[in-house]
Design a protein around this ligand. Structure first.
Ligand code: DX5
Ligand code: ZN
Length: 218
């Protein structure tokens, strides 16, 4: 399984986003963008205009994680402007199948995210509609939180469900992923790793990405 690393700019310098994206451009696979609306989560970050601006400065595809209340309305827009991937939360989407199909038909990777306490089984039949399943390993809203080990059995079950259906759905983990936790995530079946603090909190973010990849491939 090819490992993908998606550094989260939530831990970057918001006043120097283009520079902070450039420093990981040669070593990462995606740039993870945490869109928060202060309703679905208690934090407010960036939205469509900043994503559009960043697209012009990023050599890597943008992996947009929408932590917003009305993803059905907004997700297709992110795909249309050129995001490489758009992930919506199952807890927020009112018409997830329609929205996921719209993301795909706009040419982006369609992702479905679930919070730590949301079971994966109710979404089993949606696996054929998505390119990536995102399992949150912290409660969404903030970077730098502690990894929730309690999610690991769900990572394992999700990988089994994907295998059982012979699908090529990517399995992403997001939250508290770093040197101490990435191997356990990989061993449980994750193959796309978001890391904010572990990358942008490091003295050398590019080296941190290389080290994470090596750990995940172990
Ligand atoms: C949390 C965000 C994450 C966050 C991860 O709500 O979805 O992408 O940036 O940050 P770390 O890796 O610092 O936990
Ligand atoms: Zn995220």
């Amino acid at each position: 399984m090819m490992v993908e690393i998606s550094p989260s700019i939530l831990s970057a310098d918001f006043a120097r986003l283009a520079d902070d994206v450039a420093i990981i451009a040669d070593v990462a696979d995606w740039v993870h963008i945490d869109v928060m609306d202060n309703h679905f989560v208690p934090n407010l970050t960036i939205g469509l205009p900043v994503v559009e601006a960043l697209l012009k400065h990023s050599a890597l595809p943008l992996d947009c994680h929408l932590m917003i209340e009305d993803p059905d309305r907004w997700a297709p827009r992110y795909a249309e402007v050129g995001a490489g991937g758009v992930t919506i939360h199952a807890e927020a989407a009112k018409a997830p199948i329609r929205t996921l199909r719209e993301i795909r038909s706009a040419g982006a990777r369609a992702g479905l995210a679930i919070n730590p306490a949301t079971p994966v089984e109710p979404y089993e039949d949606l696996l054929g509609e998505i390119d990536m399943l995102l399992l949150m390993t912290v409660e969404p809203g903030f970077g730098g939180q502690r990894f929730l080990d309690v999610v690991l059995p769900k990572v394992r079950r999700a990988r089994e469900l994907i295998k059982g259906r012979d699908l090529s759905v990517r399995l992403q983990v997001d939250g508290g992923v770093g040197a101490e936790t990435i191997e356990r995530c990989a061993e449980a079946g994750a193959d796309v790793f978001v890391a904010g603090n572990a990358v942008y909190g490091a003295d050398d973010p590019a080296e941190a990405v290389r080290a994470l990849r090596a750990d995940a491939e172990r």
